[in-house]
Structure formats: C-alpha cells, structure tokens
Design a protein around this ligand. Structure first.
Ligand SMILES: *[C@@H]1O[C@H](CO)[C@@H](O)[C@H](O)[C@H]1NC(C)=O
Ligand SMILES: *[C@@H]1O[C@H](CO)[C@@H](O)[C@H](O)[C@H]1NC(C)=O
Length: 351
C-alpha cells in the first residue's frame, strides 16, 4: 500500500475517533460559518442593482443615477457577531456610502437602535474612510461617530468588517482586529443598543455629507458604483427566543472577549488610523463627553478640541506606503476576532 494512502487512513481513523470530542467542543463555541445570501438575507431595495452570484455566496450592490440598492437579514437578532467581507468600488467615488449595519428603525421608527459601519467614498486618488457609530432607543441627537483610515486599499480585494454586540459591549473589527470597543456603562442608559435588530447592507448617495462634509458630490459619470459582499456571517441569537445558552456562547466567544493582546492591537490601530473620535470632541456637545469614553486612552493631546486627530492625516504617499506594508503583512483574516498583524513601523505622515 502506498505510504500516502496509509497516512490518509491514519488521519481518517483519527478523525473518526475524535469526532465526538470535536462535536462536544463545537457545542460550546460560536459558529461563524458564512451563510449563503438566500439562506440569511433578502433584497431590500434597488431591483436589478442587487446581483447575486450563481452560488449565492456573494452579492453585488450597485448605485447608479436611478437608485442605490440594499439587502436585509430575514431574521432579527438579540445580540450576536455579524460580519461581511466587502470589496469597494475604485476610482472616483466621492459621495458614495457603503454601509453594513444593524438597525430596528423599521420596527421602532421613533426610538430605534443602530450599530454602523459606514464606508465613505472619496475623490480619485484619495482614500476611502471608515466611520463607526451607534444609537440606542432613538438617541439620534447624540451621534457617537468615529472615523478612521484603513491600513490597506479596500478597493483591491475584500476585507472583513464585523461587529460583536453583546449585552455588555460592542466591538468593531476590521480583518479580525478590533478597532473600537464601546463598553456599556450604567450612565449610558438607553443609549446603548438593547432591542433586537436586523442586519443590513446598502449602497447609496451620501452627497450631502459623506466626502469632506458634502463638498464633493457623487459624479454619475463614474457610475455604476459596485460593492461586492461575501463571507456573510450571521452568528446572532434569534430575537424573542430567550435563548440563554446562545447568549452564554456568544459572550464567551473569542469575538466578544477583549484580551490584553487584542486591546494592544486595537490601540496600535487607533494610534495610526483614528482620524476623529466623538470621545475627544469637546466642541460638538458643549464640553459634554459621553460616559463610556475613556478620554485619555488614546492620548488627549493628540486631538484637537473638535475631535480630529493632530497626528493622523491622509496623504497620497502615505497611502502607498501603507499599502505596501499591508501587502507584506498578509494579515490573517480571523472571523472569530483573533487579532491579526497590522503593518507596523513608519510614520503615517509622509511629509
Ligand atoms: C425608550 O424610548 C421609549 C419611547 O421614547 C420610552 O417610552 C422608553 O422608556 C425608553 N426606554 C428606556 C429604557 O429608556
Ligand atoms: C451649546 O451651548 C449653546 C450656547 O449656550 C446652545 O445654544 C446650544 O444649544 C448648546 N448645544 C448643545 C448640543 O447642548
């Protein structure tokens, strides 16, 4: 018998013996296997501007002069881990917004909850930005925005944007590395999202605000703008099920637990890429800083009074340098929230 075949049989034999053990372990860990589009989602708007791949594993959302497009999860969830790999349109994308978010505005129009990833297009040769935000029970007059640059060119290949939402915290991830943690503290009250939400993805015209406060609008000479979504993960606890086991599994999963290593990775990301944080903005809310803010964590001196970083700023050359470092780092994408290696070294400013 060929040695390779013997080796294969040994492996199969081991797998058979180990299967019950693995099954027991799997029962206690969060299943982050991607779902197909038809299994987990349905179209929301945009008609033919939403295009599913034949195998249902990816979906393209387009924006043209007539309409944007979007989809929504078939179910609502009360906490969970949600992820999408997104490849963004390149070239001139000023005013274009691609969003991946949780919301229940359809059920609670006057006191909705929301957790957002908003990817903001830009002029040709200028970087996309990422914005995160959250609202709880209609707290729309208290936006909690942060904006970041990315350590890679998000138009070259898909990158994973994910949210872990538990009863005690919300953690935002990019390619498995945490970029923001909002810990629920009692003074937040109902501002912390607490009602079941559905998962949404959309592309739309954000000319009024998306690029430099609305200075650069969508130019439909460059349409259609297409964003590709894949590796859609819906690891949520079904709304209304009262499934305590699901909640325990979620809260003990890697994506919901901030280890010292993950916190260090998050600080590294924030030092390099955080452009604006509401936690450093002493202007917008008349000096009121939200109770969950740990204002010193990122170094207050590094921010202007209006919350913008004094240190992180986009430059075309810096973009290329970061791109090269990112390509070298070949960051491992870990959907379970393990930190990947961010590119290190070098100054952000290329001046
Ligand atoms: C949420 O908002 C609704 C409507 O404004 C209000 O009746 C309710 O008390 C709020 N919930 C909490 C927990 O504050
Ligand atoms: C901030 O203070 C000014 C002047 O006192 C007031 O007009 C404004 O409404 C305040 N804004 C907020 C968000 O509290």
């Amino acid at each position: 018998m060929a040695p390779a075949l013997v080796a294969l049989m040994v492996v199969i034999g081991w797998a058979a013996a180990a299967a019950p053990v693995l099954a027991a372990a799997a029962a206690a860990s969060l299943d982050t296997t991607p779902v197909t589009f038809p299994a987990g989602f349905m179209p929301l708007f945009g008609g033919d501007n939403l295009v599913q791949s034949p195998d249902g594993r990816s979906v393209r959302l387009k924006l043209d002069a007539h309409t944007g497009s979007g989809f929504v999860s078939k179910s609502a969830y009360h906490h969970g881990f949600f992820s999408a790999s997104i490849k963004l349109p390149d070239d001139h994308t000023a005013g274009v917004v691609v969003a991946f978010y949780l919301s229940n505005a359809d059920v609670f129009p006057h006191n909705h909850d929301e957790v957002d990833f908003e990817l903001l297009g830009n002029r040709r040769g200028h970087e996309w930005r990422v914005q995160t935000n959250l609202y709880g029970n209609g707290s729309t007059s208290r936006g909690r925005e942060e904006r970041y640059l990315l350590p890679f060119d998000p138009t070259l290949r898909p990158h994973a944007y994910a949210v872990a939402w538990t009863p005690t915290a919300i953690i935002f991830y990019v390619d498995g590395a945490p970029i923001r943690e909002v810990v629920r503290v009692p003074p937040m009250g109902a501002d912390f999202p607490a009602k079941p939400m559905s998962v949404y993805a959309t592309i739309w015209d954000g000319s009024a605000w998306a690029t430099e406060g609305g200075r650069y609008k969508v130019d439909y000479a460059f349409a259609p703008f297409a964003a590709d979504f894949s590796s859609l993960v819906l690891s949520g606890c079904p709304a209304g099920s009262g499934d305590a086991h699901c909640e325990v599994t979620l809260m003990t999963a890697g994506c919901a637990v901030m280890t010292p290593a993950k916190r260090a990775a998050m600080q590294r990301f924030r030092r390099r890429f955080l452009l604006y944080s509401v936690c450093h903005d002493r202007y917008r809310y008349n000096g009121t800083i939200f109770p969950e803010c740990d204002a010193d964590a990122d170094g207050r001196d590094a921010f202007h009074r209006w919350g913008e970083s004094k240190i992180v700023s986009p430059t075309r050359r810096g973009y290329r340098q970061r791109q090269q470092r990112a390509d070298k780092a070949v960051a491992a994408v870990a959907a379970d929230g393990r930190p990947s290696t961010w590119p290190v070294g070098g100054a952000l400013r290329a001046d």
